[in-house]
Design a protein around this ligand. Structure first.
Ligand code: KMH
Ligand code: ZN
Length: 272
């Protein structure tokens, strides 16, 4: 098995400081949280930008500051969000890709998202894929439901996405695929054979799906974007605490944790 890539989804677009007091919001806070997660075993940070009042933004300058703050502290791969927040326009969400981050997310379809709709028109998926290819950005395909994996396969087959793909199964969003072992096993049965995969279990689904991914040769995403608790009724104290638990579990289960350089190799991103 490849070494385990741990992604820390530090902030997201929806969680508030009221819900999770340790949520990193400013670029400096995100840089500090990224370094702590890197120290704990993360090789990728998935980042969302916020204005100082905590509201979500896809402003390029804020993303530029986040990338600087992370890079001056550690070597992790910075993966920016093109999902942004529900209600943002497709153009707005795509803006920070122009900064040429190493990675960016690319959602493969529309899905109900709690009480909202996370809208991803096929023409927008095309435009995002083209722009990422143009800017040399590695896409992580965000799969919230099974139809999105079928879409990813179609896009790969027509050459609109680079192969081998890297996909993230985001399981347990209210409106998307359930965060259950059965859902993950079904997704894996439909995965292109050369693809790499990671799983982001939402809320209580995080720990069981993380454990499955460690055992099945996948990779793992944890962090406040997806889950703010350490266990039922107990808030996590930091993103790094959640990363450290995955690294500890991996150690117990005999899976080594990848460095950022090793993650670049595993994801076919390394130069030369
Ligand atoms: N905030 C969600 C609506 C991504 O980062 O690419 C979308 C999201 C996905 O978080
Ligand atoms: Zn996100």
């Amino acid at each position: 098995m490849d070494k385990l890539i741990i992604t820390a989804a530090l902030t997201g677009a929806e969680v508030t400081r009221d819900q999770q007091p340790a949520l990193p919001i400013t670029p400096e806070e995100i840089g500090i949280a990224a370094a702590a997660c890197a120290e704990a075993g993360a090789s990728i940070v998935h980042v969302h930008a916020r204005w100082p009042d905590g509201s979500p933004t896809q402003d390029k300058e804020v993303y530029r500051q986040i990338m600087d703050e992370v890079r001056q502290r550690c070597e992790v791969i910075v993966q920016i969000s093109t999902g942004g927040a529900v209600g943002m326009t497709a153009q707005e969400r795509l803006a920070p890709v122009a900064l040429r981050p190493e990675m960016a997310t690319l959602s493969m379809g529309s899905v109900n998202f709690g009480g909202d709709v996370f809208y991803n028109h096929p023409a927008d998926i095309d435009a995002y894929a083209r722009e990422m290819q143009l800017q040399g950005v590695k896409p992580e395909l965000e799969i919230f439901d099974s139809g999105m994996l079928a879409t990813a396969r179609r896009w790969l087959a027509k050459g609109a996405l680079p192969s081998p793909a890297h996909v993230d199964f985001v399981l347990g969003v209210p409106g998307g695929m359930a965060g259950t072992p059965q859902a993950l096993m079904y997704m894996l049965s439909e995965l292109p054979p050369d693809a790499t995969w990671t799983v982001a279990g939402i809320g209580a689904a995080q720990l069981p799906l993380t454990t499955m991914a460690i055992l099945l040769g996948g990779h793992v995403r944890v962090g406040f974007e997806d889950n703010i608790f350490y266990r039922k009724g107990e808030l996590a104290v930091s993103n790094a605490q959640l990363v450290a638990r995955v690294a500890r579990l991996a150690g117990e289960l005999g899976r080594l944790v990848a460095t950022p350089a090793e993650a670049r190799q595993i994801l076919h991103m390394a130069q030369g």
